[in-house]
Design a binder for this molecule. Structure first.
Ligand code: NIG
Ligand code: FE
Length: 413
């Protein structure tokens, strides 16, 4: 791939010569900045430095015209493969029904699951690629995508095949997560254990053997899967080489955090209802607490106590949870503003949570999540912004001018 140079960059944010570990506690405020800079890359980042040391005569030179460079976002939790949409449930919630009431009446995840059963694989793929392009436009360069609207062997595998095809055809880095344990399908309502057995004895072995997933997720929460059921599923998943990344403590203090930690989960996600015990347990572990502020915003439920977690010394990741029910948006710049406003994060903390820490929460930090020599050339060029705080403060404005992923300029918009 040809060498390219970007000149006259106002600031490169998230620049660092070292491979950063998870940013924790006070370190979450630290963002490397290089002002008045150039950036040299092919499919990887080759070099950067101040403009007075800029290489000359690179034929493929782009003038940033005072825009800034940021690493592309690493969105470690989404459900962007789905059929149809659920704005009717949104209106029901505006009229006073709760997410749980809608779910208990067969709406929610089961509503999406019945739409998935009838969905044709090509249509699913085309719709999901459109969503993927939409989030690439807002700067996402790595994304984890879950199954979980299939809830039958055929439909779960269909979703995972769609994710595999997205992986093969996108410059975005994609991780696939099997979420068969997202809800108990209606036909198993009286026989939960038969569905759990279908997951452990049929789905997981097939999915692992066919390399259709990197991780296994369970919605461990009140009204969904118990701690014991989660334990059973994650134990089998581990036997088949699928690491855990779980939904925990969204609707109740469910014990999900502790069971995730017991299984060495890469991350435990949601965490709207956690207390000191959960924070203490996370501090003793390598599991990454991941907050999904869009879900709190959209469902109008409490926000995860990220300020408290960071002050306690934890390293938090932020992800969009893009899905048709609780977060129909994958727009990370908007999410950063929501996180700062409602969780009292500083812009630098939110930035790290959605770049380097998100990269750790999907195990891609060795090649994504920062502007570092040797990492993938996956970054955003903004329109002129004076600093990082400005972008978060001017919520709702699109500051993104261009996006390169793995060295390729994304031109699908
Ligand atoms: O992360 N909480 C569980 N799963 C998704 C929502 C799924 C849905 O409502 O479709 C979430 O919020
Ligand atoms: Fe989710």
């Amino acid at each position: 791939m040809a060498l390219r140079l970007i000149t006259n960059i106002h600031s490169i944010f998230g620049v660092t010569d070292e491979n950063l570990p998870l940013m924790k506690g006070k370190n979450m405020k630290e963002v490397g900045v290089l002002n008045n800079a150039y950036l040299l890359f092919d499919k990887k980042i080759i070099d950067y430095g101040p403009m007075d040391q800029c290489p000359q005569n690179v034929p493929d030179t782009i003038d940033a015209e005072g825009g800034s460079i940021l690493p592309s976002w690493c969105d470690s939790h989404t459900h962007i493969v789905y059929a149809g949409s659920r704005e009717n449930e949104y209106v029901m919630r505006l009229q006073g029904k709760t997410y749980e009431e809608i779910a208990a009446a067969g709406g929610g995840i089961l509503n999406s699951a019945s739409k998935m059963t009838n969905a044709d694989e090509n249509t699913l793929y085309n719709d999901a690629s459109e969503r993927l392009n939409e989030v690439i436009k807002t700067g996402t360069g790595a994304i984890e995508i879950k199954s979980g609207y299939g809830l039958s062997f055929e439909s779960e595998v269909k979703m995972l095949r769609v994710i595999k095809k997205l992986k093969e055809n996108s410059d975005a880095e994609i991780k696939a997560t099997f979420l068969g344990a997202h809800a108990i399908p209606a036909m198993y309502k009286q026989n939960r254990s038969a569905y759990i057995t279908l997951i452990t004895d049929t789905m997981i072995p097939y999915i692992a053997e066919n390399q259709l997933a990197d991780y296994c997720d369970v919605f461990c929460d009140e009204g969904f899967f118990s701690v014991k059921e989660t334990d059973t599923i994650l134990e089998i998943a581990a036997k088949f080489g699928l690491k855990a990344k779980i939904h925990a403590n969204e609707l109740a203090n469910s014990g999900g955090v502790q069971i995730g930690i017991k299984h060495n989960a890469i991350s435990v996600d949601h965490l709207e209802r956690i207390g000191d015990d959960e924070i203490y347990a996370l501090l003793q572990s390598d599991t990454i607490p991941t907050a999904l502020p869009n879900a709190s915003f959209f469902l109008q439920i409490p926000y995860s106590p990220c300020r408290k977690m960071i002050d306690a010394g934890l390293g938090v990741a932020l992800a969009s949870d893009f899905n048709p029910g609780s977060s129909p948006s994958g727009n990370i710049p908007l999410l950063l503003s929501i996180a700062c406003n409602h969780m009292k994060l500083l812009p630098e903390e939110a930035f790290n949570a959605a770049t380097i820490n998100g990269a750790h929460a999907m195990e891609v930090a060795d090649h994504l999540g920062s502007i570092t020599k040797g990492k993938s050339a996956s970054f955003i060029l903004t329109i002129p912004i004076p600093n990082l705080s400005y972008m978060v403060y001017r919520f709702g404005t699109n500051h993104i001018n261009k996006v390169w992923l793995k060295g390729n300029l994304q031109q699908n918009w």
